[in-house]
Design a protein around this ligand. Sequence first.
Ligand SMILES: *Cc1c(COP(=O)(O)O)cnc(C)c1O
Length: 369
Amino acid sequence: MLKAHETQLEIDLSALTHNYNYIKSKLKTGTKVLGVIKAFAYGSDSVEIAKHLEKLDVDYFAVAYTQEGVALRDAGVKRPILVLHSQSVNFKTIIERCLEPSIYSDYVLKEFIKTAESLSQNNYPVHLKFNTGLNRLGFSEDEIGDVVSKLENTSAIEVKSMFSHLAASEDPNEEEFTKLQISRFKTIAQKFETQAGYKPWLHLCNTSGIINYPEAHLDMVRCGIGLYGYGNSVEEDQKLKPIATLKSIVSQIHQIKKGESVGYNRAYKAKGDEKTATIPLGHADGLNRIYGKGKGYVTINGKKAFILGNVCMDMVMVDITDINCKEGDEVIIFGPKHSANDLAESANSISYEILTSISQRIPRIFKNE
Ligand SMILES: *Cc1c(COP(=O)(O)O)cnc(C)c1O
């Protein structure tokens, strides 16, 4: 059992239900939802999140790497799991654990066919990834003919879906580019259908794509950050509910005098009589040093307490000169009121990064199951 006074990440599963239903409300009936639960479900807990999403009847899951999918299968997760960044060294495991690979290059296609054939598979489901402008992973449009001929020469695999990924779906200044990606993807899908003679499912949208480009929802959408309560805009953030609250406590309070320093490298020097609080959370827990030196802040009794000097490995000191608090009081690093996005923006980062940085040593506590 967890002691009450400890740094913890509290995860509100009723907020996850709310976010899932909100995303669903944006979709036509019949559009499938794939929950992206890579990186421990954006730093929360992939197994608990997957099980809750299964109860909500999510259609599909995606993880980045094979081992993430294996962990879900070990925990009894049953829905199909797409492995976004499959690697040939893992193909045997992928098949043995009923995971479904993203196939994004000629090499990956050849190797997966080889493995599927050697394991006597028939119509093993795979997902073809096309590059429409992100230039990260994916076949190019002019490889379609080659892909189709390799597929025609084997019965070991079957293309369940085709997909691509948007580079800037959250950015209104890049609307033209996003529309170009959408039209490139539709052209690719059409060419594939004509040459292969069948129609795999199509999917393109991440969270911001779902919100900003309803014309691109196609057969399925891939929702990550939205499920966790962040919508990449002030307006959408108001409709979603952050599922995670990172909480800690005040361990110790110090009164310091003008000129005294705080923490490593003496990076902060008091400008007068000041009061500091030490909090049991540091860069080893995911509070990056970039938040130090007055950039980031936590909230204590509803008030902002800015970080003083350098973030230590296991601790951080904050300014509580104007805050009425005592040792043992609760500290909120981020949560529904003081969001991970606000904290991230204080250091030019994004919600995705701070959420996924939360160390595995911090216990995850679930409420409203
Ligand atoms: C991570 C990821 C997503 C989810 O994106 P969000 O912006 O978190 O919704 C979707 N598709 C791919 C290919 C991804 O890598």
